[in-house]
Design a protein around this ligand. Structure first.
Ligand SMILES: C[S@@+](CC[C@H](N)C(=O)[O-])C[C@H]1O[C@@H](n2cnc3c(N)ncnc32)[C@H](O)[C@@H]1O
Length: 277
C-alpha cells in the first residue's frame, strides 16, 4: 500500500544518499499515480497495482543514481508557474526565483523593455512576462536546445506572443535599448568540475561552465551591457559563491552607478545590481 511504498522508497533513497529522501519518494509516487503529493496522505491504505509499481521502480532507480527529480517529473515549479524541464537546459534553482523577485521590486515602469541573457528553460524572462503584461521582453541563449525548450515553455504558459527568443552569444545579436538586462549565466570554474554533485552534472555543460575563473561570461556581459542599456537602465546578475567582490569592482571600473548586492537565503552574496547612465 501507499504508506509502505513511501517508507521503502524513502529507505532506498537514504541508502543512496539522495537529498530529502521522503520528499523525493512522495513526488515520484504522486507523479506515477497522477495525484498531488498532499493527496497521498488521504489514501495511505490504497493498494498499488503492478502497472503503477513498474514505472515507479524505474524512476526510483534513476533518482537513486543521481538523475534530477525535475527531469524525472518533466516539470518544475518556478515563481508559481509550471515549466517543462529536461536535459536541454539547466534545472532552474530556487536562488534564481529570488533573483526574479528582487528584480520585480526594481521595475517601476510597467512597459519596461527587458532582456534575459542565457534564458535556459526561459524561467526568468517568462516569469517576468507573466508578472508584467505590458513589458516587452527578449530572451537570448547560445544554445539551440535551450531556446527550443524555452519556446515550448512560452507556448505552454500562453506567453509566446509576449517574449521574443533569439540565439546569441551574450549580446552579439542584440540591438539596444533595454531598461533592464537580467542574467543568470554559467559561473562555475572548469577547475571545479570534479567537485560537483552527480545531480549537477545532468545539466548541460554550456549552462554550467564559463572558463578557468568561472566569472568570464559575467565579466564579458558587464563590459557589453552599457551599449544596450537605456540611460538609467539596470543590470541584474546572479553570480557564483565568492565571485561578488571582484565583480562589484568590475562594475565600478566600468562606470556603473548605484551598485549594490543582495544575499540569497543561504547568506551567500549572490545577486548584483547596477545602474548605468
Ligand atoms: C546557469 S544557466 C541559467 C538558465 C536560466 N536562466 C535559469 O536561470 O535557470 C546559463 C544559460 O546561459 C546559456 N549560455 C551559456 N553561454 C552563453 C553565451 N555565451 N551567451 C548566451 N547564453 C549562454 C546556457 O546555454 C544556459 O542556458
Amino acid at each position: 500500500m501507499v504508506l509502505e511504498v513511501l517508507q521503502a522508497t524513502t529507505a532506498y533513497f537514504k541508502d543512496h544518499n539522495t537529498e530529502n529522501p521522503r520528499l523525493n519518494a512522495e513526488y515520484l509516487l504522486a507523479h506515477v499515480l497522477a495525484r498531488k503529493r498532499i493527496e497521498l496522505y488521504l489514501d495511505f491504505e490504497r493498494e498499488l497495482t503492478e502497472t503503477e509499481l513498474g514505472p515507479l521502480r524505474d524512476l526510483v532507480k534513476r533518482r537513486g543514481a543521481g538523475e534530477p527529480l525535475q527531469h524525472l517529473l518533466g516539470t518544475v515549479e518556478f515563481c508559481g508557474l509550471t515549466f517543462l524541464c529536461d536535459k536541454r537546459a539547466m534545472v532552474p534553482r530556487p536562488e534564481t526565483e529570488q533573483l526574479v523577485q528582487l528584480v520585480q521590486s526594481t521595475i517601476h515602469n510597467p512597459q519596461s523593455t527587458i532582456l534575459d541573457v542565457g534564458t535556459g528553460s526561459g524561467v526568468i524572462g517568462l516569469s517576468l512576462a507573466a508578472e508584467f503584461p505590458d513589458a516587452k521582453i527578449l530572451a537570448v541563449d547560445a544554445s539551440n536546445d535551450a531556446l527550443a525548450l524555452a519556446q515550448e515553455n512560452a507556448a505552454k504558459l500562453g506567453l509566446s506572443h509576449r517574449v521574443r527568443f533569439l540565439r546569441s552569444h551574450l549580446l552579439e545579436n542584440v540591438e539596444k535599448d533595454f531598461d533592464l538586462i537580467v542574467a543568470n549565466l554559467p559561473y562555475i570554474s572548469t577547475r571545479d568540475r570534479d567537485t560537483l554533485s552527480p545531480d549537477v552534472l545532468h545539466d548541460p555543460e554550456i549552462a554550467l561552465f564559463a572558463g578557468e575563473r568561472g566569472d568570464e561570461l559575467i565579466r564579458e556581459l558587464i563590459a557589453q551591457a552599457p551599449s544596450r542599456l537605456r540611460p538609467g537602465g539596470m543590470l541584474a546578475l546572479e553570480v557564483g559563491l565568492g565571485q561578488s567582490e571582484a565583480l562589484l569592482s568590475a562594475l565600478a571600473e566600468k562606470n556603473y552607478r548605484d551598485i549594490y548586492s543582495k544575499n540569497d537565503y543561504n547568506g551567500v552574496t549572490r545577486f548584483l545590481f547596477a545602474g548605468y547612465g
